[in-house]
Design a protein around this ligand. Structure first.
Ligand code: IMP
Ligand code: MG
Length: 178
């Protein structure tokens, strides 16, 4: 696997420390509110696992699976629900938990889809954000790290379904996808 990677962008320690800060901030912001964490499969699995365990208290979790990327490295803009939420979000404070925002197309679509179901609020928490997102008007309340415009894998993020199990976030050697 080592030859497929270029360099480590974020270590497991850095990621966990940042998620702990975000969890505390989220917990304080949602005090006394009916918070529901919504993870976007499959990339957000690691972020959700560590973020929810770092919360000072308990909050329910639900999952959505959507497809927008195929196996390439560019967003298609075409979003399809593969697995919808199990829970009714009416009147609840929804926090979408994501691995990465690149163009923002995927999240703006998910957000408006969830907003149409009459929740009390919908906010976004993403571990990583790329500079491209500046092009779309999307308000992201919690951001772990702003990263350069490079394709990254690990900690849930994949390239053609590989590398999700890496503990760190690393850049992919261009030879892998060119
Ligand atoms: P967006 O619609 O362009 O914001 O793309 C968001 C989705 O694309 C994320 O949920 C990821 O699944 C995928 N994605 C974007 N950038 C990367 C990357 O650098 N590595 C792996 N997946 C990525
Ligand atoms: Mg994803």
């Amino acid at each position: 696997m080592g030859a497929d990677l270029d360099r480590v962008l974020l270590t497991e320690e850095q990621i966990l420390a940042r998620l702990e800060q975000l969890s505390e901030q989220i917990w304080a912001d949602y005090e006394g509110k009916d918070l529901l964490l919504v993870g976007v499969l499959k990339g957000a699995v690691m972020v959700m696992a560590d973020l929810m365990r770092a919360l000072p208290g308990t909050a329910p979790v639900d999952w959505m699976a959507i497809s927008s990327y195929g196996s390439g490295t560019k967003s298609s803009g075409v979003v399809r629900i593969i697995k919808d939420l199990d829970l009714d979000i009416t009147g609840r404070h929804v926090l979408i938990v994501e691995d990465i925002i690149d163009s923002g197309l995927t999240l703006s679509w998910i957000r408006s889809n969830l907003e149409s179901r009459s929740p009390a609020s919908v906010e976004i928490c993403t571990l990583l954000r790329k500079p491209e997102v500046a092009k779309v008007a999307i308000d992201v309340k919690y951001v772990g790290f702003d990263i350069p415009n490079e394709f990254v894998v690990g900690y849930g993020l994949d390239y053609a379904e590989r590398f999700r199990n890496l503990r760190c976030v690393a850049t992919l050697a261009p030879s892998v996808y060119s």
